[in-house]
Ligand binder design. Sequence first.
Ligand SMILES: Nc1nc2c(ncn2[C@@H]2O[C@H](COP(=O)(O)OP(=O)(O)OP(=O)(O)O)[C@@H](O)[C@H]2O)c(=O)[nH]1
Ligand SMILES: [Mg+2]
Length: 304
Amino acid sequence: MKSQASDAELLRDFDRGSQRALARAISRAESGRGGELVRALYPKTGRAMTIGLTGPPGVGKSTLASGLVRKARALRRSVGVVSVDPSSPFSHGALLGDRIRLNEHFTDERVFIRSMASRGHLGGLAGATGDAVLMMDAFGLDVVLIETVGVGQSEVAIAELAQTTLVALQPGSGDSIQVLKAGIMEIADVFVVNKADHPMANQLRREIRSMMEMLQWPGWVPELVTTQALAGDGIDDLWAAVERHVAYLNETGEIEQRRREAFIHQVRQLALGQLERRLDHALREDARDDVDPYEAADRILSSF
Ligand SMILES: Nc1nc2c(ncn2[C@@H]2O[C@H](COP(=O)(O)OP(=O)(O)OP(=O)(O)O)[C@@H](O)[C@H]2O)c(=O)[nH]1
Ligand SMILES: [Mg+2]
């Protein structure tokens, strides 16, 4: 009962626009206790423009995010930023870097910045991040940016929560080409060659172009934007590319398809998490060792 009373209180503050309430709601999601809040807030979601930003460590994602926040604010839009480090169970590391990279925005009350970790969410880090994005959307933030270090599959899953995915790469690092080979190519709506001040920037652009030629693009063909995030150069071009992609999604109706895919993905993560929990419980309670493992597995599944 007590937790319900505090839920109501939290939701009231949330509706009044309290960033503290939003922060508390996300903390609940991180620890796997955000289900009731998401249920209450869900009807208010679906308005935010969601942008995923992924790429290898140190490519300049947070610096790009800071530039995009500045751009969105210049357009008088409110912004949320979620930073996710899938390799770390704690959010402190990401937060430290972002304190520096995003510091000019910390005092802006129309900007909300948050690092994510997953301590107990059934859907893992993607589940906790999904909840956070829904909460920021329900809070009324116009733009939600999701930053993830991209090196493998879980990061791809997180990027897929977004309507538009930006894949940032940097010149002169084998990392970037590795990232392209790891199947991240397919999730990019916009490629960002950051650190344009680097002498190999043009070469990387050529490499991306030639890799793109090897793939089929039935609908949207990813754009390629060059930025120098540290100097704020190219951010206008990047924003324009994002807007063109959003316009494309709206005009073709693909936006609905993306929403549905993101939804299914989220449901799958949650359902899998619940199944796993029930399975582990059942295994402890009734797994019998007087039959073969196949028989034992069949029996446990049939009890569900
Ligand atoms: N030369 C140059 N350096 C840049 C540019 N953009 C960012 N940097 C620097 O690159 C370093 C990493 O930047 P971040 O924005 O923290 O990169 P990140 O991708 O968020 O890093 P992680 O979150 O740790 O993966 C910082 O020292 C930035 O100042 C750029 O355009 N040119
Ligand atoms: Mg970062």
